[in-house]
Design a binder for this molecule. Structure first.
Ligand code: ZN
Length: 172
């Protein structure tokens, strides 16, 4: 019977240890809940970011003809090509133009700039922000600070697309 004693001692020790572990885990859980709450708060305080979910399809259509943001706001435009046609035949991008830019002229310049320039003319001198050109199934993103209040044009600069793929970017 004497030989059992160390085993009992060992068992009660390990029980004590496992209880301790349990408490520590609870502490950790409390901590992560706190962190979780902080993160949630951060997201709800994130009102100074405008997240725009733009799509383009195989019919040369954006899903939006108007985008509204506030001056000075951080803008994140995510462009998703929901069609199937490739970059070479049905490329789409999002290009926000500086005020006073003539759309027809910009489109002509884009065509002249060619594929090597990703259809962005004159190193983007008429452009406030733009994404890269993407094909069917792809997505891309651009982040920028909203310019001063006003109404701006956005287009897809792929040759021939601007007549259908354009809209107003309104900064309030
Ligand atoms: Zn396009």
């Amino acid at each position: 019977m004497k030989a059992l004693k160390p085993i009992v001692l060992f068992l009660s020790l390990s029980l004590a240890f496992s209880c301790g572990d349990g408490n520590e885990k609870k502490e950790e859980e409390k901590e992560s809940v706190k962190i979780g709450n902080t993160e949630t708060k951060k997201q709800s305080d994130d009102s100074n970011v405008a997240r725009i979910a733009l799509t383009g399809n195989d019919l040369m259509q954006f899903n939006m003809s108007e985008i509204k943001v506030k001056a000075g706001q951080q803008v994140v435009v995510t462009l998703r090509h929901i069609g199937e046609q490739g970059l070479e035949v049905m490329g789409h991008n999002f290009v926000l133009l500086k005020p006073g830019t003539d759309l027809a002229q910009f489109a002509a310049d884009s065509g002249a700039a060619g594929r090597d320039a990703d259809w962005i003319p004159n190193n983007g001198e008429a452009v406030i922000a733009h994404t890269k050109m993407i094909g069917g199934g792809e997505s891309t993103q651009v982040s920028f600070t909203a310019p001063e209040a006003g109404t701006y044009d956005f287009v897809c600069s792929f040759p021939g697309h601007y007549s259908l793929m354009k809209g107003k970017f309104i900064v309030e």
